[in-house]
Design a protein around this ligand. Structure first.
Ligand SMILES: *Cc1c(COP(=O)(O)O)cnc(C)c1O
Length: 413
């Protein structure tokens, strides 16, 4: 175990909050608006919280008390996910493993894969895949770009996803790896891969005998028909033929239902997904789940079921997502009106923008904070390919987003 590699990880995390603190000291009267960290802000619909409250209160009664549940999750929730999230995709409830969140599943999957696998990630991407790989010892040392703060670890295949390639790598130039982490709609770029792009990804994995870990945490933000390509963007990798033999899908109630604090997610590990020796990956994942995790909170699972089981529940959580999507539309419209190069927002709560071409992400972040008291996230924190961009999050109230847009407009116009 090489602790100095982990150190480079740990130092990165707190930079934004440190800068925010310094800023608030310098301008004690400024109203800072955070469009930074990817955390939900709006209340959870009461149809969901009442189900949790009811379940929790029943725990105080002899009839309603329950202890450990199945480590893989409650049957009713596994079935609701298979039926509602994966209709007509041939996903069986027994292939759905309920968890305490996608971040935790990334860690458990990386633990299952072990130290000796090679991994590929999109660049830029959500940092969890790389960071857990670093902790597992899959990588060599980081080469940190002192100026941008973007780091690149030896041994990881970074698949550049930029406006120039429609946010999808030229796979003929990607080195074969054992595992490919792929997030769509992508955090941070907001790009939802087209059906054709996902077909290419699945074919590539099948040719190479690679496992795709498909992160669909933002699937509920996909707008059919919106955005670029032909508007045909799958919400799940299992919409693509052949994916069952190569892909694990991880997903979450966090951005779908405001469960970032409640904690609930799932992983789908299809029965047909096999290692090279013919053994089932699901068997190993089941072993990891039963060994390192005793199952998700039963209260959280009661809430998850309320999000999915009734039309009313589904509509209530969809309204919250629609509100964030409207915020994203307001942000995109603002940057477009200012003539800025802007991406995302159609299929995700994230807007990806190059405000000052040629300037570094951290510079742009600092200038926006200084002049408008608005917090963004420097793109270079998501990998070297994010340099030059900032990510602007739609996770806030409409009022604050509108206020932030007014400030950005008076500064940038
Ligand atoms: C927020 C986020 C997650 C984390 O989900 P949890 O279920 O809260 O752990 C996973 N993947 C991506 C891409 C995210 O943005």
């Amino acid at each position: 175990m090489s602790f100095h590699w982990m150190l480079s990880l740990l130092q990165r995390g707190d930079q934004i909050s440190m800068r925010r603190e310094a800023h608030e000291k310098k301008y004690p009267d400024a109203k800072v608006i955070s469009l930074g960290i990817g955390d939900t802000t709006q209340p959870i619909p009461s149809i969901v919280t009442s189900a949790m409250a009811e379940y929790a209160l029943a725990l105080s009664t002899p009839e309603g008390y329950q202890g450990y549940g199945p480590e893989q999750g409650q049957k009713s929730l596994r079935k609701a996910i298979a039926d509602v999230v994966y209709p007509n995709m041939g996903i069986r409830d027994t292939e759905v493993f309920i968890s305490d969140g996608a971040q935790c599943d990334i860690a458990r999957l990386q633990m299952m894969f072990g130290r000796d696998v090679t991994i590929a990630v999109q660049d830029p991407t959500f940092p969890g895949y790389v960071d857990n790989g670093v902790i597992m010892g899959q990588t060599g040392p980081a080469a940190v770009d002192e100026e941008s703060g973007g780091s690149r670890y030896a041994g990881i295949e970074y698949m550049r996803c930029a406006p120039e390639n429609a946010f999808f790598p030229d796979l003929s130039r990607v080195r074969r790896t054992d595992v490919i982490f792929f997030c769509s709609p992508n955090n941070p770029t907001g790009h939802a891969a087209s059906r054709d792009q996902l077909r290419q990804l699945v074919d590539f994995a099948r040719r190479n005998g690679s496992i795709v870990v498909f992160d669909s945490a933002y699937a509920s933000y996909v707008s059919p028909g919106a955005g670029g390509d032909d508007g045909d963007k799958p919400r799940s990798i299992y919409e693509v033929p052949g994916a069952r033999e190569v892909a694990i899908e991880i997903s979450s109630f966090s951005k779908f239902a405001g469960f970032t604090g409640v904690r609930l997610g799932w992983a789908v590990v299809p029965d047909e997904l096999l290692y090279a020796d013919g053994t089932r990956v699901a068997r190993d994942f089941d072993r990891v789940v039963t060994t390192c995790f005793n199952g998700a909170s039963s209260v959280a699972q009661a809430g998850g079921l309320a999000c999915l089981a009734t039309e009313e529940g589904r509509a209530a959580v969809a309204r919250v997502v629609a509100g964030y999507k409207e915020n994203a539309r307001v942000l995109v419209g603002t940057f477009q009106a200012l003539g800025k190069e802007v991406y995302g927002g159609d299929d995700s709560p994230y807007v990806w923008v190059r405000l000052f071409p040629g300037r570094r992400s951290w510079d742009v972040f600092a200038e926006i904070l200084e002049k408008t008291h608005v917090i963004t996230v420097p793109g270079s924190g998501f990998g070297p390919g994010g340099e030059g961009f900032v990510r602007v999050s739609a996770f806030n109230s409409r009022d604050r987003v509108v206020e932030a847009c007014a400030r950005l407009t008076s500064f940038l116009a």
